[in-house]
Every structure is written in structure tokens, then in C-alpha cells.
Design a protein around this ligand. Sequence first.
Ligand code: G
Ligand code: G
Ligand code: MN
Ligand code: NA
Length: 254
Amino acid sequence: LQLENILDRAISDCKLFLHYQPQLDILTGKIIGIEALLRCQDLHGNSLSPAELIPIAEETGSIVPIGEWVIRTACQQNKIWQDLGLGDFPIAVNFSVKQLQNRNLIETIATILAETGLPATALEIEITESIAIKDLDLTISILQSLRQIGVKISLDDFGTGYSSLAALKYLPLDRLKIDRSFMQGLRANSIDVCIVRTIINLGHELNLNVVAEGVETVEQFECLRSINCDAVQGFLFSRPLTASELEVAIATGS
Ligand code: G
Ligand code: G
Ligand code: MN
Ligand code: NA
């Protein structure tokens, strides 16, 4: 209950902000995308994790306005980056199930894109397989509508749900993000490398771009490169940064 209050105030006091984490092409190191991650501070400046915040916001329904704020802020930011000439990459936003079920979603996104002037192809939506499979027919039709206007769809945390392969079979997708739990044991001849290699090959057969998330060590990175993963994201390259920190990192090539 207390957290709910904090949340309501956080929204009205604009204590929500976004951090941004780059996804890099595994061969060139160029940025191929940036994931926007919600951050929240209470009135005392204490951070609340989205892992605590989102389930409550889902229960109270405030995930819909919060999610809309996230999409708008991410699109505004990416438009600024495009105009600065920083690159032409999509900005990825995480979605929860309530947002996908919201009837106004397509219209909301179209309006935000029109208002911010960001091309639809520069927006990506990350869904998880558990979200996706909940109301499959509805999810498919919503994702199809989004893709028709050019929005990219990415399947997040791949491999951890109960319906990973069904999600691949039914959903219109552009990108697959391999869950970070598979990175821990990633070395030659490990079970993890066997699983990850197979996911990468499967993704490629389905014409999907495959991103490994949670890459923390050089060993993991080199292993991913040797098994033809397309892109990487993780603390090894960059933790999630504020917009201005990210601009500095890009400018200095670090
Ligand atoms: O950034 P961090 O590891 O703290 O994120 C924790 C979880 O919160 C992750 O599963 C991430 O996908 C989720 N998350 C982060 N930002 C958002 C957001 O804007 N909307 C939703 N629905 N989930 C988010
Ligand atoms: O569920 P999702 O994949 O959207 O969660 C993304 C979360 O993972 C972000 O909140 C981010 O803070 C976290 N994250 C990003 N890179 C790394 C990493 O290299 N290691 C770990 N442990 N977490 C990471
Ligand atoms: Mn994600
Ligand atoms: Na993930």
C-alpha cells in the first residue's frame, strides 16, 4: 500500500526516468539498438527497482499510463539522438501484458510516433513469451498491426518460459533476445554453449536477429562470437546509463 502511494506520487511528481543500455553488433561494435529501462525514485531519492514497481503497477492498472510515458519518453529521446546524428538505431521498450491487452495501444503508439516525429522503424517493443502466449490470437493481431506500421518486435528473456518454441512458431518477430541466465556457464563444451548455439541457429533459420543479453565477461563475448551471435548487450560493454552519460560514451567511443 505504501509502495502504491509512492508510485502515484512518483508519477505525478515525475520521479520516473529512463536509463539506456546499448546493444552492439558483435563484429563491428556499432550500436544496433538501445534498450530503455524504467527507473523510479521516491521523494527521498531512494531507488525502486522496476522488478518491484511493475507488478504493483500492473495490479493497480497504472502500468498503462506509466507504459505510455515510457514509450513517449523513449521515442522523444531517440528522435533527439537521430537529429544529433548519433545513429539510426531502434529504441527498445519493455512491455507488460496489460499494455498489450489495452485496446488503444496501436492508436497510442501511432499518436506518439506522429507527435515525436520518430519513424516507426526506430521503435522496438520487447515482449516476453509468457506475455505473448496469454491471449495468443489477440497478441498476434496486435503485433501484426504494429509491424505493419513498421514497429519492430523483439522476444525478450528467450528460453526461460514454458512456451518458448510456441512463441517462435506463432508470433511475428524481428529479434530474439537470449536470456542472461544462459550466459553464466558460457564456455567451450558447456551445456549453456550448446543451448545458446542452438538458439542462435534456430533464430537465423527463422530470419531473426539474435541478441545475447547479460554479457559480463570477455570469455562469454568471444564464445558468442564464435557461434555467430549477431549482437550483444551487457555490463561488459555498458551498464544502463542516463541519456547524457550514453551520449558521452558514444562520443568518446567507450
Ligand atoms: O533494469 P532492471 O534489471 O532493473 O529491470 C528489471 C525488470 O524490469 C526487467 O525484467 C525489465 O524488463 C523490466 N522493465 C524495465 N523497464 C521496464 C518498463 O519500462 N516496462 C516494463 N513493463 N518492464 C520494464
Ligand atoms: O528482462 P530484461 O531483459 O528486460 O531485463 C533487463 C535488465 O537486465 C536490466 O534491468 C538491466 O539492468 C539488467 N542487465 C543488463 N545488463 C546486464 C548484465 O550484464 N548482467 C546482469 N546481471 N544484468 C544486466
Ligand atoms: Mn528487456
Ligand atoms: Na531479458
